[in-house]
Each structure stands twice: as C-alpha cells, then as structure tokens.
Design a protein around this ligand. Structure first.
Ligand SMILES: Cc1cc2nc3c(=O)[nH]c(=O)nc-3n(C[C@H](O)[C@H](O)[C@H](O)COP(=O)(O)OP(=O)(O)OC[C@H]3O[C@@H](n4cnc5c(N)ncnc54)[C@H](O)[C@@H]3O)c2cc1C
Length: 381
C-alpha cells in the first residue's frame, strides 16, 4: 500500500471509527481508533539521509561520580561519568554537586570545567545560587557529546547495577532532574512531552532503571496485537520528556551568558594546570575527559551512532526496540525538528567517534523493514 493511501485510510478509519462507536468498518475488530490516529510510519530511504552522527558515551559500570575532594587548597567537586543518560540526569547531579559547593564549601567564584549538558546545568545552578562562574572547555556546543544525544528523558544505560548507595544517588539525581526539566518544557528550550513505544515480541517487564522511579514514567500501558499500530506483538506506551540538544544547549549557553558567566575555550592539560585557575572552587564536568585529567580508568567509552533523516513533522512518537526487526537490540526512532534520528549502536570500548558505513546501512535497513511492516499492518486493517 502506498503512503498516501495509508494516510487516507487512517483518516477514514478515524472518522469511521468515531461514527461507528470505535469499531473498524467491516472487520468486526474493536480497534481503539482514537489511539491509532496520527500514526504515520517514518519514511526511510537513503536519499532522505542528511547526516550520520556518532558520539562516545562516558560510561562507568559503577555509575556517575559526584563527590568532593581537596586539590591544592581548592575545593574540587566531581560530576562526570553519566553513560547513556547524561542529558537526562544533568540537572539532578548538578544539584547534588552544587549542594557540595554551597553547603559549606568556600565562598567565591567557581570554575566549571566542561560545557556539555552536565557542565552547563552545574554552571547555571551555581549562578542561581549567587556564584560567579567561569566555564573552561575544550569543546563548546555544538561540538560536545551532549549534542549527539537523542535525547529521550530516561536514565538508561547509566551503570551496570543500581545496588547499594549508588542506587540511592541514582534515584535522587533522576527525581531532581525530572522535576527541573519540567520547568523547561516549551519551544524555547526544545523540551516537550511525547509518547514512547517500547516494542517487543515478548511481554515486557519493568527494567531495573525504571523500577526505582516508575512514577516518572506516567501513563504506562501495555498493548498487544492489534491494539497498537506497530508490527510487533507487544508495545508499551509511556510518556517521557524529549529534549532537542541543539536548541536546548544553545539556550543554556544564552542563559549562562545573560547571567554574567564567562567562557574560556581551551583544554586543561593536567591537574597542575587546574590548580593554577584563579577560582577557589572547581567543578569537574569533563565527561569522558575525566579519564585523562583525573586518571579514572573505570570510564569506558561507549560509541553510539545515529543516522539522521530530514525532518518529518507528522511523526509524533518515539519507538524503542523493534521486536523481530531489531537484531542489535538498539533500534530507535526519535523525530526531532532538526531531523528524524534512527539509532543506533552501543559499542562498549569503542573510542572512535567516526561513523561506520556498515552500521549506517544496517540502521537504515532495519528501520525500513520495520516501517514497511507497520504500513502493511495498517493495510491489513
Ligand atoms: C548516540 C547517543 C545517544 C544518546 N542518547 C541519550 C539520550 O537519549 N538521553 C540521554 O540522557 N543521554 C543520551 N546520551 C548520552 C549523553 O550524550 C551523555 O551522557 C552526555 O552527553 C554526557 O554529558 P557531559 O556533559 O558529561 O559530557 P560532554 O557532553 O562530553 O561534555 C564534556 C565537556 O568537557 C570538556 N572537556 C573534556 N575534557 C576536557 C579538558 N581536559 N579540558 C577542558 N575541557 C574538557 C569537553 O570539551 C566538553 O565541553 C547519548 C549519547 C550518544 C552518543
């Protein structure tokens, strides 16, 4: 079936469904027609590709680090190692780092090293607590890893385990971040609420990261078979916030400058150089950079690759997983205003941010099969 016909059929289905008490005419099936409205499959083809992005996640099996120590008479507060959830958790761990600074640390100016999502959130919270902040960063947006992120609000792939004290920190960071992001919803920051569909051939359990913060995933509902439009047996619908990093990070830089912050672009080569900064307090928000700067060998690079199609404004849902269509288990479609992101990869130990053409081909091919099958399913209705 061609797309035009699918759309016509969708519209007719909706109209007919409402008129006929939500039963699809002629099938006798009890479709929840209102729930199926607006489900345009993504159009996937090589000529729609506008770029291929790759970034390297700062992953620590033990989870992120937020803690204070002394460095040459200064207070040094670490805030790094957020794995696949750094945009999500940024305001939460920033709040925890800011507490370590303003709750008994030295008064005065603060140096924040790093201008990704974590550094910018830390800088902004410290400004809001009355501190003058200078950001020192090798890369600024749009050249940070944070710019490559999807970015669904979900603290996913943040650690190997949530046992013990890290689980408590994780929950606190998630809750504080979730609350803060709600203040940013709207076009200015590029944050909105959206339905996510987790797709599978098997009934889904509640994953570990979600179990501690289940209430931060409102509207969770498990749908089976024809109760959803996807070509998989199960679909879990849940609402999350969705962040557009290019717009969001730009807005944070603007806010930082408007609040009187200074930016110094350049690499901090080592701890000796760090100790010569004029500020009495330093926040280390260097992501994967903390491996070299502080010798944290527990940081593991995890490469992620995305294929970006030109925008398709009709798409207004995220898909995650793809049942039998998702061989790698890392399939997702995130429709943003700057392009439709098709993911992805989670390549543990791979350091190079260079896109791999084999992965590009695979990502395109699995999504094409998936959305073709979605269209076929619509045609069978
Ligand atoms: C494909 C992909 C998809 C992702 N999807 C999501 C998602 O959906 N949701 C989500 O929450 N997260 C997602 N992530 C993860 C997210 O991108 C990271 O967790 C996050 O970007 C980490 O932020 P950060 O600020 O710590 O690091 P970065 O963004 O890497 O920023 C680090 C900063 O430190 C600076 N720096 C480092 N070393 C030095 C030094 N020696 N001197 C000076 N400056 C230094 C850098 O220049 C940079 O400014 C994804 C990542 C990838 C790759």
């Amino acid at each position: 079936m061609d797309r035009r016909r699918w759309l016509r059929l969708s519209a007719a289905t909706v109209a007919g469904g409402w008129a006929a008490g939500c039963a699809f005419p002629g099938t006798g099936r009890g479709w929840d027609v209102a729930a199926l409205a607006g489900f345009h499959p993504a159009t996937v083809s090589p000529d729609r590709v506008i770029r291929v992005d790759a970034g390297v996640r700062p992953y620590r099996p033990q989870g992120f680090v937020v803690r204070a120590e002394a460095l040459a008479g200064k207070l040094l507060v670490h805030n790094y190692g957020h794995g696949g959830g750094g945009v999500t958790l940024s305001w939460g761990t920033a709040g925890m780092a800011a507490d370590l600074i303003t709750g008994g640390g030295p008064e005065g100016d603060v140096a924040v090293v790093g201008a990704g999502a974590v550094g910018l959130a830390t800088a902004r919270l410290l400004q809001r607590r009355g501190r003058h902040v200078t950001i020192y960063a090798r890369e600024l947006p749009p050249d940070t890893t944070s710019n490559v992120a999807g970015a669904q609000w979900s603290p996913t792939s943040v650690s190997d385990s949530l046992d013990g004290s890290f689980g408590v920190q994780f929950e606190e960071a998630s809750r504080r971040a979730h609350r803060h992001f709600q203040n940013l919803v709207g076009p200015d920051y590029g944050v909105r609420w959206i339905d996510n569909y987790f797709l599978s051939e098997r009934r889904l359990g509640i994953p570990g990261y979600m179990s501690r913060i289940r209430d931060l995933y409102p509207g969770l509902e498990d749908l089976e078979g024809d109760a959803h439009p996807f070509p998989t047996r199960f679909a879990r619908r849940v609402a999350t916030m969705f962040i557009e990093p290019p717009r969001y990070l730009r807005a944070l830089i603007r806010d930082f400058r408007l609040a009187g912050g200074d930016l110094v672009v350049g690499e901090i080569a080592d701890q000796r150089q760090l100790a010569t900064l004029p500020e009495p307090v330093i926040a280390n928000c260097t992501g994967l950079g903390a491996r070299e700067l502080f010798g944290d060998d527990s940081l593991i690079p995890v490469k992620g690759q995305l294929v970006v199609l030109r925008p398709q404004p009709a798409l207004d849902y995220l898909t995650i997983g793809g049942g039998r269509f998702s061989r790698s288990g890392n399939q997702y479609m995130f429709p943003r205003s700057d392009g439709v992101l098709l993911g992805g990869t989670f390549e543990r130990g791979v350091e190079s941010p260079e896109p791999d053409p084999v992965q590009t081909e695979r990502i395109l091919s699995v999504h094409r099969s998936f959305f073709d099958a979605m269209e076929e399913k619509a045609g069978r209705r």
